[in-house]
Design a protein around this ligand. Structure first.
Ligand code: 5GP
Ligand code: ZN
Length: 140
């Protein structure tokens, strides 16, 4: 039995209550074309179990989702003839998340396209070793 949330649009899509342009589906995931694509063929992977973000994602779904990403990305490369593909996932408003049901973006990239997923490289952190040690100690 999948965990769903009543007022979650992606749960409704995952259950088939709202139609979507599906490119892949199995017992645990649905993959659909994004309604406002960043580029031609932009797709999103939804787990059928509701998880607001990566921290709520069940281990089993976490283990499987990258395999689904690879499978779909390979098909997209073949069909779309794109030159590359970004696979990304946003957690929290600050990170650009707008739909609070975890999803993984598959964004086909075309040479010279105007998709903007970049950052300005910073300078090396002086306290990198101390920072790394603190995070390392917090990893569970
Ligand atoms: P986020 O910003 O949360 O990482 O991404 C949410 C994505 O879901 C956006 O790219 C948005 O266009 C897409 N999206 C939102 N609502 C719908 C919908 O009803 N159907 C589809 N196919 N995509 C949606
Ligand atoms: Zn949901």
């Amino acid at each position: 039995m999948k965990k769903t949330v009543d007022d979650c649009i992606f749960c409704k899509i995952a259950k088939g209550e709202i139609p979507s342009t599906t490119i892949y589906e199995d017992d645990d995931f649905k993959v659909m074309l994004d309604i406002n694509p960043a580029s031609k063929g932009h797709a999103v992977i939804l787990p059928k179990n509701h998880a607001a973000n990566i921290f709520e994602l069940e281990d089993e779904d976490a283990e499987k989702i990258f395999k689904v990403a690879r499978k779909c990305a390979a098909a997209m490369m073949e069909v779309l003839h794109c030159d590359g593909i970004n696979i990304l996932q946003n957690n929290g408003e600050a990170a650009g998340q707008t739909v609070f049901h975890l999803h993984v973006h598959l964004i086909p990239r075309y040479n010279g396209d105007t998709v903007n997923i970049t950052w300005k490289p910073g300078t090396p952190e002086e306290d990198a070793a101390e920072l790394a040690a603190r995070i390392k100690a917090a990893v569970k």
